[in-house]
Design a binder for this molecule. Structure first.
Ligand SMILES: Cc1cc2nc3c(=O)[nH]c(=O)nc-3n(C[C@H](O)[C@H](O)[C@H](O)COP(=O)(O)O)c2cc1C
Length: 363
């Protein structure tokens, strides 16, 4: 089954972009947490389309409704179900039934997998819209984790040709709240204008642009993660690859490890007033699949949006012939700004699963 995640926090995702509603159920979420509704609204707004001229003009309020698991604003510990009604759907943007399959999108593979019975409207179950309920689930997990001292932040490390600084540079001061308030969250704020120009240039060329998101978790205790299959890297990358358009994930130095000798790659252990630390953090806070107490740092590559107005070669499923397609619906010229809160939310879901796994195991 593909729409379930987790063994200790059981999350399921349902709905299609242009169906009645999208939503999630989460089983195993702790009782007694007063949901911070203002924060939830903020996170939903960060992911929602139509927030700035850099995203699609499609406007969706993305208001979650809790159907169960919450009483008087407090979690009950019972299965938590939230839905978001779809209000802004224009299936004519996508024609009637899948015919010309969008290169780079899931139209062709979804059609093959589900034998033509798939809900194709607006990308159906493959749409980026399905990340809205994931942000609901992730924001609740994040609030719970923050109460344990865990902070998650993410920035756009690269957009097209513009590269921001990296969180791997240890001495960088980072203000999570400040990052969250930016339309294009970057560490070197002077780069936001150049990134914006990349997005606008791609859009005016009827094209799209991709990049890299970098995420950091601080305050995570040592000892989370269970090798082999539930290593911190396995769990987080499982969730990252579930985000539509994520094409690569790397922890710490990632592929940069290829060029480092052991003496350069190893992080020396030291005793400090904070307890055991490492002098460097090439490993991105994880050894042997288990958190070592240092910041967990990873990057995700996000491809350029598949739906573009530029003419492209494809096939007609109905006619079984080669064809040409330009996509004219309301699409993001760049997915990155809206994917930032999704990466943070998915990180929180994964960490909560690992936290609960450890709690179940430690006697
Ligand atoms: C927040 C978000 C918004 C997205 N918006 C669009 C969009 O407007 N148009 C589009 O073609 N793809 C969009 N995508 C990406 C597609 O859903 C994705 O590329 C497609 O499902 C194929 O999956 P894959 O890229 O993982 O192979 C978005 C993804 C995310 C995470």
């Amino acid at each position: 089954m593909s729409s379930f995640f987790g063994n200790h926090l059981r999350l399921s995702l349902f709905g299609q972009s242009h169906g009645e509603a999208i939503g999630m159920t989460m089983d195993g979420f702790p009782a007694g947490m007063t949901i911070d509704l203002r924060r939830l609204e903020e996170e939903m707004a960060r992911r929602a389309p139509g927030q700035s001229r850099l995203t699609t003009s499609r406007k969706e309020p993305d208001q979650p409704e809790f159907l169960s698991g919450v009483l008087n604003g407090v979690t009950t510990g019972q299965p938590l179900c939230a839905i978001i009604r779809n209000t802004n759907t224009r299936s004519q943007d996508y024609g009637s039934g899948v015919d010309l399959v969008r290169p780079g999108h899931a139209d062709y593979t979804g059609h093959i997998r589900y034998g033509g019975f798939e809900d194709w409207r607006g990308g159906g179950h493959f749409s980026g819209r399905l990340t809205a309920p994931l942000v609901v689930a992730g924001t609740l997990c994040r609030q719970w984790l923050e109460a344990q001292g865990v902070e998650i932040l993410c920035h756009i490390q690269r957009l097209g040709r513009v590269e921001d600084a990296s969180l791997m540079d240890a001495d960088l001061p980072v203000d999570g709240a400040e990052l969250r308030s930016q339309a294009l969250p970057v560490l070197r704020s002077e780069l936001a204008a150049a990134m914006e120009a990349e997005i606008l240039a791609a859009r005016s060329a009827s094209d799209s642009v991709g990049g890299v998101l970098e995420c950091m978790v601080t305050g995570l205790p040592a000892g989370l993660g269970a090798p082999f299959f539930d290593s911190v890297e396995s769990v987080l990358s499982h969730l990252m690859f579930a985000i539509p358009a994520v094409k690569g994930v790397a922890f710490g130095e990632g592929f940069g490890f290829a060029a480092l000798r052991g003496s350069e790659a190893n992080d020396a252990f030291r005793m400090s007033d904070r307890g055991t630390v490492t002098a460097t953090n090439h490993a991105g806070g994880i050894n042997g699949g288990i958190s070592n107490g240092m910041p967990v740092i990873f990057r995700c590559v996000v491809r350029a949006t598949p739906s573009i107005a530029l003419a492209q070669q494809t096939i007609s499923l109905r006619e079984g012939k080669n064809a040409e397609l330009s996509v004219h619906g309301r699409h993001d010229p760049c997915i990155l700004p809206r994917a930032v809160p999704v990466v943070e939310a998915m990180t929180a879901i994964g960490l909560m699963e690992l936290w609960k796994e450890r709690a179940a195991w430690v006697r």
